[in-house]
Structures are given as C-alpha cells and as structure tokens.
Design a protein around this ligand. Structure first.
Ligand code: C5P
Length: 250
C-alpha cells in the first residue's frame, strides 16, 4: 500500500490517493476547529482518538448491515476507505434538543424530540452551511428523490444503532452529523463518526463528552476525549498506542 499525493485537506482530516484508484487513505489530524473554522487549535493525539472511535463505529455499523466507506486502519490515525464522490449535505440527526436547534427554535436544551429530527444542511463554510429542504436539494441536483429516501432511512438506522449502543454505556446520543457519498451504484456512509461530529452527554451527570467541551470551554478536551474512547471502544486506545507504525507507504 503506497501513500500517494494529497487529494484534499479538510479542517481536521487529510485525504491521500493510494495505488488503488477506488481507495483513499484518510488521516485524522490533531487540528480541532469550531464555528466554521473561526476557533482553532492543535491538540496532540486528538486525531488518534477520533480515528479510533470512527473506526470502531464504522465497523459496528457494517456488522449491523449499514454500508460505509471504511475498509481498515493503516495506522493509529489513518484509515483506508473506499473513494467516494461526496454529496455536499450534512445530515444531522437529533434525539435531544441542543446546540443550534435551541438557538433557532423554541426548544429547551434537553427536551426529548419526538419525532427524531433530521436536518439537512448544504455543506459550504463560506455560506455557513445553510439548511436546505427537499425542493432546494432537487433544484440544486444534489441527489434524486430515491437517493434522498435512502439517505434518510440510513440516517435513522444509524441513529437507532448508535443510540442503543451508547445508551448501554450510559451515554446519551443527543445528536450527530453524517455525510454520504456515492461509490459505484451505491450510497455509503462516509467521513467520520467521532466526538467532533456527535453530541454526547453522560447519562447520569449530563456532562458534555464531545466537541462542545472545546467549543464552550467546558473542561479539558483531551482528557474528555480519552475517557470517551475508553468507554466506547474498550481496549482500543491501548492497542492503538502500542502501534508504533506510522503509515508512510514505504
Ligand atoms: O451545531 P449544531 O447543534 O447544529 O450541531 C448538531 C450536530 O452536528 C453536533 O453533534 C455537531 O457536532 C454536528 N456538526 C458537525 N459538523 C458541522 C455541523 C454540526 O459535525 N459542520
């Protein structure tokens, strides 16, 4: 496996070509950003934590019948994935009112949402990821009606699986963001599922266990992330830290 040229550098991940045109490697960097990139920092080791949780949850989804881009880890912060043509939508699933939902609508933080709310945002930082409805999605030609149905159904299935798994660890899945992409004739879950893309509360104390700790300076980000990794992927940290290899393609 050869690490090829950089294909894309996002705010917290870099994507590299490989020698297989259908596969790319995704490196989880230590950068952390919030508020459309206005607040940023580098937290050493953070990439490894998000990679560990993403890998574990992608594997968990695959085992339960959800198709994702994930193939396997190459080193402790790099995953090999199927190369997707990304759909520029942020698919946000909300079980409990928090964050921008509470800012924009008359919910109180902590209200349980019935039904579960799916919000679709157009992914574009320069426009501040505006919310879109079905008509805008079709008029922009982002996906077909059938594809949008698949995306919504898959998002709800992912929600059921993750919410149940996390509830077993006494973690409330408040909300999370998914991204999807096309691979051959299929739509797969892509990007990441990590503390940067989920809002997690401790089931008992309601303490934030995610990027809100960084956004709103609620405590020590790295010790929060380390504890969450240990809770969600028991033993994985130890395994990943023991792995000294860094993916270089040599
Ligand atoms: O900010 P907001 O409350 O809309 O975020 C909802 C969920 O989506 C949070 O879990 C947040 O981390 C995630 N999100 C994300 N990337 C964005 C916007 C939101 O991962 N660009």
């Amino acid at each position: 496996m050869k690490k090829g040229p950089l294909l894309y550098r996002g705010k917290a991940k870099s994507v590299y070509l490989t020698d297989d045109p259908d596969e790319v490697s995704v490196e989880f960097r230590d950068d952390i950003t919030a508020f459309d990139g206005e607040k940023k920092a580098v937290l050493e080791g953070k990439g490894m934590y998000n990679a560990a949780v993403s890998a574990f949850l992608f594997e968990y989804l695959e085992i339960h019948g959800v198709k994702t881009q994930y193939i396997h880890m190459l080193d402790n912060r790099t995953m090999l994935v199927r190369r997707l043509s990304m759909i520029p939508l942020e698919v946000i699933v909300r079980n409990v009112a928090a964050g921008s939902l509470v800012k924009r609508y008359p919910f109180n933080e902590g209200d349980v949402l019935n039904p579960t709310v799916i919000i679709l945002d157009y992914k574009d930082d320069t426009r501040h990821d505006p919310m879109v409805n079905d008509d805008i999605i079709f008029a922009l030609g982002l996906v077909s009606r059938e594809e949008l149905l698949t995306i919504r159904k898959t998002a709800l299935k992912v929600n059921d699986l993750l919410r149940t798994y996390l509830a077993g660890l006494s973690i409330t899945l408040v909300d999370f963001k998914l991204e999807f992409g096309r691979y051959k004739d299929k739509i797969l879950v892509g990007d990441e599922i990590s503390m940067d893309s989920m809002r997690l509360w401790d089931g008992k104390t309601k303490e934030s266990l995610d990027k809100d700790v960084y956004r709103f300076e609620k405590g020590d980000v790295m010790s929060t992330y380390a504890a969450v990794v240990e809770r969600i992927t028991p033993g994985a940290l130890h395994r990943f830290e023991a792995e000294k290899t860094v993916f270089s393609g040599e």
